[in-house]
Design a protein around this ligand. Structure first.
Ligand code: CDP
Length: 187
């Protein structure tokens, strides 16, 4: 079983996807962490990167980069690197390998459209832009410029899958959103 949760920065994807995975007993995949790791890796060939999730830590070629990938510089660089088709192709291969076995809640921008178009449930998580910037503690223009870059890039632009269920989290608690997703999975 695969649940795809896509949407823009600050919609609550990471928190909600992690909590939904816990509630369902599924494994959580943070695809954004892979784009961040690829950004940190600089010019190294993305196809050769060894990115491992280990008990909440992210390892890049054996090195713990969990904290290093969360800086504002890497947030900006990751969305630039994510526009590079060679980076996307390499990471999509890795994501599909992971998702091939077991039950997953996978979170990103293109899980329901590109990585796993056959996902059992697709959720498009949104919130209004001011609230998203507030949640991230970032200036609204930074969040807006990443959204803009993600939505207008030529290769795999950020867009809701046609069959995604849209959940607007503006004003909702995390528990409300997780409850809604769990209810959708359980049908
Ligand atoms: O934390 P935030 O939502 O800003 O970003 P993230 O989910 O950690 O992903 C970092 C960047 O990777 C995003 O700005 C996207 O440009 C890119 N990304 C992507 O293109 N496709 C994905 N499936 C996941 C992330």
């Amino acid at each position: 079983m695969l649940v795809a949760i896509d949407g823009p920065a600050g919609a609550g994807k990471s928190t909600v996807a992690r909590a939904a995975a816990d509630a369902l007993g599924f494994t959580y995949l943070d695809s954004g962490a892979m784009y961040r790791a690829a950004a940190l890796a600089g010019d190294r060939d993305p196809a050769t990167l060894d990115i491992v999730f280990d008990d909440g830590r992210v390892l890049l070629d054996g090195e713990d980069v969990t904290d290093a990938i969360r800086t504002p510089e890497i947030s900006d660089l990751a969305s630039r690197r994510a526009a590079d088709p060679a980076v996307r192709e390499a990471l999509v291969v890795k994501q599909r390998e992971l998702l091939a076995n077991g039950d997953w809640v996978a979170e990103g921008r293109d899980i329901g459209t590109v990585v796993a178009p056959g996902a059992d449930l697709k959720v498009w998580l949104t919130a209004d832009p001011e609230e998203r910037a507030r949640r991230r503690g970032e200036p609204p223009e930074d969040v807006r410029s990443r959204d803009e870059r993600d939505a207008t890039r030529e290769h795999s632009p950020m867009v809701a899958a046609e069959d995604a269920v849209e959940v607007d989290t503006t004003g909702l608690s995390i528990d409300d959103v997780v409850g809604r997703i769990v209810a959708l999975v359980r049908g």
